[in-house]
Ligand binder design. Structure first.
Ligand code: CYC
Length: 161
């Protein structure tokens, strides 16, 4: 896993150089948004279950997916879906704190699409529910932090698509 700091330093180190102006600017913007990131992560962790619940209500409930024959039908599969959404929320929050998506590649997206395809988990509906979670989260943490979280929710969606 990388973060905004190690990624800037690694790329300077590869060239055997000190950080240039644009690298310094990246670090400055990361440091100056630190408070915002920590506050957003605190709010998200205190409301995680409610965020997931509302996202499900907005995107999946009362659709064919929760009826007999749908992939969320039966309590076991419903619970697996809720658990997956909770993973996406938690790992997006880690990535937002780190200012870097690499943790998503390593711990979430690695082999996920293949797993979903082999189990018949619908990817379009999953993407829809992650987008709903993005909206719910933004309304809770505010526009600036919401935008930052959106980067990582979108990252998961493109990794699945
Ligand atoms: C931390 C990294 C991590 C991820 C991301 C993860 C995902 C993940 N989700 C799974 C299943 C599943 N995922 C879903 C999810 C859904 N079905 C729908 O219709 C909805 C659209 C959607 C929820 C948004 C369902 C229903 C299953 C169970 C499928 C089955 O067993 O038939 C499975 C198969 C094994 C299991 O059932 O636990 C994995 C590995 N596991 C991990 O360790």
């Amino acid at each position: 896993m990388q973060d905004a700091i190690t990624s800037v330093i690694n790329s300077a180190d590869v060239q055997g150089k000190y950080l240039d102006t644009s690298a310094m600017e990246k670090l400055k913007s990361y440091f100056s948004s630190g408070e915002l990131r920590v506050r957003a992560a605190t709010t998200i962790s205190a409301n995680a279950a409610a965020i997931v619940k509302e996202a499900v209500a907005k995107s999946l409930l009362y659709s064919d997916i929760t009826r007999p024959g749908g992939n969320m039908y039966t309590t076991r599969r419903y619970a697996a879906c809720i658990r997956d959404l909770d993973y996406y929320l938690r790992y997006s929050t880690y990535a937002m704190l780190a200012g870097d998506p690499s943790i998503l590649d390593e711990r979430v997206l690695n082999g996920l699409k293949e797993t979903y395809n082999s189990l018949g988990v619908p990817i379009a509906a999953t993407v829809q529910s992650i987008q709903a979670m993005k909206e719910v989260t933004a309304s809770l943490v505010g526009a600036d932090a919401g935008k930052e979280m959106g980067v990582y929710f979108d990252y998961i969606c493109s990794g699945l698509s």
